[in-house]
Design a protein around this ligand. Structure first.
Ligand SMILES: Cc1cc2nc3c(=O)[nH]c(=O)nc-3n(C[C@H](O)[C@H](O)[C@H](O)COP(=O)(O)OP(=O)(O)OC[C@H]3O[C@@H](n4cnc5c(N)ncnc54)[C@H](O)[C@@H]3O)c2cc1C
Length: 421
């Protein structure tokens, strides 16, 4: 989702496309997966069977024109204008399965459109959009997180190839990845101008020149991995935008990752998770906030939590904050109200992730002790989703730039405050 998702009115063409999406989804939304979803050794690691099922769903949605619809036709897109957000709303409304090729959609395709050679664009974008090839992101290292330019993984040029050695960490969605976008150093004498950005294959290199170790997170899931590169050899045609240009390509990726780019990321989901989009049943009851719904059905001291004036006030504060966020985003569509082009885009990821964290914290508070019954057979009132959302929210305020880093950037680039040390 990007900033303007909730605030635009459909043009006639968009209304027609929305009707098409709705009809297609009513006939083609798959039935929930009935096989084994998670591997037995890691409770949150997908089985290959489930992974393939999710890939098949992304391919079907892509073939129907619901994924990548705003990308140019020559790179496998639908050639439409401002239609992805409509497809997204309809997919979420229909509670479809998630799109498993997230990194290919949110990072790789837009980065290649902006910076990739013709070879890279035609080779990779269509299969990233369709989900036939799954991508992961190799930026972070033990000494290069917030300071992402501090790369030590080294790519040495040998003829028309590069030989890569080093280590990456915190790689999300590494499971069954086919390709990785990889930031490396090619020149130790220049911090920023000594970086080079590659597309590298994962699957054929595993156990040969790439060792991959899952990292277990706070809830016992293997959501991350770290990778060790030992002489991984890659042809120079897989460099994005030239040797020494890696820093500007990385900034392009981060721009898209933080929701500041020109493309709306294809997103779907809701088949197995709580969603903020109103269902038809919700609309009848005029329930717009999941916190209101939760407070109505959670019984505390023999009464619904919604009867507690303190809880009511806290929910109202959250609704006001969310409304303020939406209204602020509406401003970005009005040229006369924009004094700095990055003022609102640079707040998007920061504020969005913090609102999500505050709301999850309040929901856990409403649920009380039962919120700790996450993933149990007898879960909390909202089926353990809020407990998981609260724990997961901390990752969201770190990934793609921590809140502290984003505040520094806003201060320096928008408010013209002195640079931080
Ligand atoms: C859910 C999740 C998914 C991720 N997925 C990926 C992925 O797929 N690929 C990938 O490459 N990486 C991934 N990461 C890693 C992520 O990019 C880094 O965690 C992030 O950039 C922060 O780096 P760090 O963890 O090294 O923390 P550090 O940079 O060491 O920061 C530690 C603390 O110091 C603060 N800090 C650091 N520098 C400053 C400063 N100049 N001013 C003020 N405060 C500062 C930070 O805000 C933070 O609180 C993921 C992380 C998470 C949580």
């Amino acid at each position: 989702m990007t900033m303007n998702d909730k605030v635009k009115v459909d043009t006639p063409e968009q209304a027609e496309f929305r009707a098409y999406c709705r009809e297609w989804l009513s006939e083609n939304r798959p039935a929930p997966f009935t096989g084994q979803m998670r591997t037995t050794n890691h409770p949150r690691r997908n089985t290959l069977e489930y992974h393939r099922w999710l890939q098949d769903w992304q391919k079907a949605a892509y073939d129907a024109g619901l994924v990548g619809c705003d990308y140019p036709k020559e790179y496998g897109g639908g050639g439409r204008t401002d239609c992805q957000r409509i497809a997204n709303q309809e997919m979420v409304r229909a509670k479809t399965p998630m799109l498993i090729g997230k990194q290919g959609l949110s990072l790789v395709s837009p980065t290649l459109i902006d910076c990739g050679s013709e070879f890279l664009k035609t080779r990779f974008i269509p299969k990233a959009l369709s989900g036939e090839e799954i991508w992961c992101q190799g930026f972070s290292e033990p000494n290069a997180g917030s300071d992402v330019a501090n790369q030590e993984t080294f790519a040495e040029k040998k003829g028309d190839h590069f030989v890569i050695n080093g280590q990456k960490v915190w790689t999300s969605l590494w499971d069954y990845s086919d390709w990785m976008i990889l930031l490396t150093r090619t020149d130790r004498s220049h911090k920023h101008n000594g970086l080079t950005y590659f597309c590298v294959p994962v699957e054929p290199e595993l156990g040969k020149s790439m060792e991959l170790r899952p990292l277990i997170n706070v809830v016992g899931g293997a959501d991350f991995a770290e990778e060790f590169f030992k002489d991984l050899t890659i042809h120079e045609k897989y460099v994005i935008d030239g040797v020494g240009k890696g820093w500007s390509v990385a900034l392009t990726t981060l721009k898209h990752e933080r929701g500041q780019g020109q493309f709306v990321e294809p997103v779907a989901g809701g088949m197995s998770t709580a969603t903020k989009v109103e269902s038809d049943a919700d609309k009848g009851a005029k329930v717009t906030s999941p916190l209101v719904a939760l407070a109505r059905k959670t019984i505390r001291g023999g009464k619904p939590a919604a009867d507690d004036p303190v809880i009511r006030d806290q929910i109202m504060q959250q609704i006001i904050r969310e409304k303020g966020f939406d209204e602020s985003n509406r401003r970005s569509a009005v040229k006369g109200l924009i004094d700095h082009p990055m003022r609102i885009p640079m707040q998007f990821k920061l504020v969005n992730s913090e609102i999500a964290q505050e709301q999850a914290a309040l929901a856990v508070d409403i649920e009380g002790i039962s919120a700790s019954l996450r993933n149990s057979a007898n879960p909390s009132p909202a089926g353990s989703s809020w407990g998981n959302a609260y724990i997961g929210s901390f990752g969201m305020t770190i990934a793609a730039g921590t809140s502290e880093i984003l505040r520094n950037q806003l201060g320096e680039r928008v408010l013209n405050l002195p640079k931080s040390k």
